[in-house]
Design a protein around this ligand. Structure first.
Ligand code: 26A
Length: 344
């Protein structure tokens, strides 16, 4: 389908440079990390970045969950379809990020803070698990002032869909609300990722304030469980939680909310507001030996899914596009996509 105009999808979150390495039990233990988690760094975690670089042959890879998603959506869509907002520094890490987004043609509009380093995420891979420790740095300084800058706000008004990574709830909830309201007012889809269990647990208030605006809510099984627990739903079945998410109160009644829960290699669960049946879509198979690492698989899924929604494909096709891109991404190191480019 030919694009009718530029920058139809606008994404917001935290641009980060991933410092990723294959680690071991001892490393997880040293920093008190769970094998599969995403957390904000505390004082005791800060030496991990040097440790990874010096002792674990860490690679520097463009990251930031929604930036990975934005790169993924742009990988599929026509040139100049996606623009991404977030806060970054003016340093060598930001330069690596700008290089990576250039490769897929993603436009970024960073709020640049020359005095604060670009955010970094230590990623420890053990088997099919990944433990992530983030120091947000300049990403933590994204603000409403940047979003409302006339040239940036023009991009917001021009966009036809919005994707917000839930990790941004730790940074600037007012910016999320602005996008959410814009979406509802203009009947454009607002897509939100739950991002991590800790967002559902500890950023419940801003998360819940945005909930009435979600047209699509994307999460994995761990986030769904954390949502259920932190909201006292008393549900453990993923399908039931998806249903509950789909049926939360909604402001834009012109669109039925859709909740999409991925479950690793298990089928993706999709619930639609007001519908009894919860559907399941199997993932695209991949031989174990072809998996490089699964870091960024969920972001890639969201990227393919957003591309499908922006291009006006039916829901099941958008889910399929998500599965397709996730399968490609896990064959790469980190949250990356293969080149030469493959076409869906
Ligand atoms: C605020 N936090 C904790 C974060 C992140 C994050 N992106 C934004 N904010 N913690 C980890 N990530 C990113 O998740 C990707 C994998 O899904 C990592 O940078 C990694 O690229």
């Amino acid at each position: 389908m030919a694009a009718t105009k530029d920058y139809r999808l606008l994404c917001l979150e935290n641009p980060l440079l991933d410092i990723q390495a294959f680690g071991d039990e001892a490393l997880l233990e040293k920093y008190g990390l769970k094998p599969n988690d995403a957390i904000l760094a505390e004082e005791k975690h800060l030496p991990i970045y040097e440790d990874l670089l010096n002792n674990y042959d860490a690679k520097l890879i463009a990251g930031g969950a929604a930036q990975n998603t934005a790169r993924g959506a742009q990988y599929i869509l026509a040139p100049n379809s996606v623009v991404y907002l977030g806060g970054a520094g003016d340093d060598k890490y930001a330069a690596i990020l700008r290089d990576a987004v250039k490769q897929v043609g993603l436009r970024v509009e960073y709020r640049v803070d020359p005095k604060i380093p670009t955010g970094r995420c230590g990623v420890v891979i053990t088997g099919h698990n990944r433990s992530m420790v983030t120091e947000l740095g300049a990403a933590n300084h994204y603000d409403l002032e940047h979003l409302k800058r006339p040239d940036i706000w023009a991009l917001v008004e021009n966009a036809e869909a919005y994707y917000v990574g839930g990790y941004h709830f730790t940074v600037c909830p007012p910016a999320i609300q602005e996008l959410a309201k814009q979406a509802a007012e203009k009947n454009k889809p607002f897509i939100l990722s739950l991002s991590a269990p800790f967002i559902c647990q500890f950023f419940k208030e801003p998360l819940d304030a945005s909930a009435p605006y979600w047209d699509y809510v994307i999460g994995n099984e761990g986030e769904a469980a954390a949502y259920s627990e932190s909201h006292g739903l008393g549900l453990t079945d993923v399908k039931e939680i998806a249903k509950a998410l789909a049926n939360l109160p909604k402001i834009n009644t012109q669109r039925k909310r859709v909740a999409i829960i991925t479950q690793g290699t298990e089928p993706t669960v999709v619930a639609i507001q007001g519908e009894d049946e919860v559907k399941e879509y199997p993932v695209h198979e991949l031989a174990k030996e072809l998996i490089n690492d699964t870091n960024g698989a969920g972001d890639a899924f969201a990227g393919g899914f957003c591309a499908g929604i922006v291009d006006g494909h039916p829901l099941e096709e958008a889910v399929n596009m998500g599965q397709w891109l996730a399968r490609l991404s896990i064959q790469e190191l980190g949250p990356s996509y293969p080149f030469p480019k493959q076409t869906y």
